[in-house]
Each structure stands twice: as structure tokens, then as C-alpha cells.
Design a protein around this ligand. Structure first.
Ligand code: OGA
Ligand code: MN
Length: 207
């Protein structure tokens, strides 16, 4: 099984992409996008907050997800094609990734949805799966981090809870991408001490 076509080391040591995603249930990669693009996306995420376009994220699917700050405290804005050059470039990369995953892993991924997320200091997201009880179309979760110079003391790690092995903590360092199976990987965002920016997205099957 050849590696996916983005550069840099995959961080489930010794595992190919297929083994990482299908056996371990997760993988991550640094320098996922060109650094100028990561910086533009970070600036756009902050701008979205400053211009009041971000909303408190709800819990659950459907038209009226409930705000539940004791479960998740991030603010989000959904991305749409055409909103900016940087977002369109990001979406092109994700489309290439979708095609690669389908070619290599036969996942049958049909579409992609994603949002900017901003966690203010103190915010967190308790352990959860990314698949809703009434909507099992989310198949692969992908989070891209946008924070320069993240230090261990800043907290805010993505903590994965793979079955039968120790937890994995992934710091939200700029350019780093984490990918995992939406319906199987229990995960959480640990409380952050610093503003934490990301784009979270999901490859979905249509039916
Ligand atoms: C999510 C999520 C993880 C992260 O938005 O569903 O789990 O590291 N995000 O931001
Ligand atoms: Mn999640």
C-alpha cells in the first residue's frame, strides 16, 4: 500500500496509511499544507471571530443543535466554497485527499463538510464520537491545526482513546493534520490555556 500523496512522516510509527487508519483508527501528519496557506487560514479564522461570524457550537445534528458549554465550548463558522482564495485552496487539498482515500482504501467517500473552530482560553470538548445516532454518514474526521509555537503548557491537545491501547495526545501545532475514523474513535479536546484555532472536517458517505 503506497503512502498518501502528501509529504512528511506519518506518525503511527511503522504503519502505512491503510494500516494507520484501518488498524490503528487514526494517523497524523505535519506540514500538511504549504505554510503560507496555513497562515492565511489562521488569519481568516481569527477574522471570522472578530467580525462576529462565529457562533457557539452546539451538540447533536439537525436544525437546532443545543448549546452545551459543559460538553463543548468552541465557536465555529462553516466553510463554503468561494468564501476566499485560501479556503478554496484548502478545499482543493481536501478533494485530492478524498480521492486518494477512495482509491487506496475504497471508502466510498462522497462529500466533505468543514468549519473553522476557535476555542477561547478555558474551552474544551468532552469525549465523543463524530457520528450522530440519527446520521451515520460521517466516516473520516480530519482536523487541521493553525497555531504557531504551541507549547505543552498550553494544553488543548486532541486526546484520542483507541481501544485497548494507551491514549494518544496530539498538540494543535500549525500545519499538523490529524485523521481518524469518525464512528469508532472516541476523542476529546483537553482544556486549552491559549486561544486554539483549527479547521475540523468530515468526509461523508451520501447514503
Ligand atoms: C470536533 C473535534 C478535535 C480538535 O470538532 O468534533 O473533535 O482537535 N475536534 O479540534
Ligand atoms: Mn470530534
Amino acid at each position: 500500500m503506497p503512502a498518501l500523496s502528501f509529504d512528511g512522516a506519518l506518525a503511527v510509527p511503522g504503519l502505512s496509511v491503510a494500516d494507520g487508519l484501518c488498524q490503528a483508527g487514526w494517523l497524523m501528519q505535519d506540514h500538511f499544507l504549504p505554510s503560507d496557506l496555513t497562515a492565511q487560514l489562521a488569519a481568516e479564522c481569527v477574522q471570522s471571530m472578530l467580525s462576529g461570524n462565529m457562533k457557539g457550537a452546539g451538540v447533536g445534528s439537525g436544525h437546532a443543535p443545543l448549546l452545551q458549554p459543559e460538553i463543548r465550548g468552541d465557536n465555529i463558522e462553516w466553510l463554503e466554497a468561494g468564501r476566499s482564495n485560501a479556503c478554496d485552496r484548502y478545499l482543493e487539498h481536501m478533494e485530492a485527499l478524498r480521492q486518494t482515500l477512495n482509491r487506496e482504501l475504497f471508502l466510498g467517500l462522497d462529500e466533505y463538510e468543514s468549519h473553522f473552530a476557535l476555542y477561547a482560553p478555558g474551552a474544551f470538548y468532552r469525549a465523543h464520537l463524530d457520528r450522530f445516532r440519527d446520521d451515520d454518514k460521517r466516516t473520516v474526521s480530519v482536523v487541521l491545526y493553525l497555531n504557531d509555537d504551541w507549547l505543552p503548557g498550553h494544553g488543548g491537545a486532541l486526546r484520542l482513546h483507541p481501544q485497548d491501547v494507551p491514549v494518544v495526545d496530539i498538540a494543535p501545532q500549525a500545519g499538523r493534520m490529524a485523521m481518524f475514523l469518525s464512528g469508532e474513535m472516541l476523542h476529546e479536546v483537553l482544556p486549552t490555556a491559549r486561544q486554539r484555532l483549527s479547521i475540523a472536517g468530515w468526509f461523508r458517505r451520501r447514503a
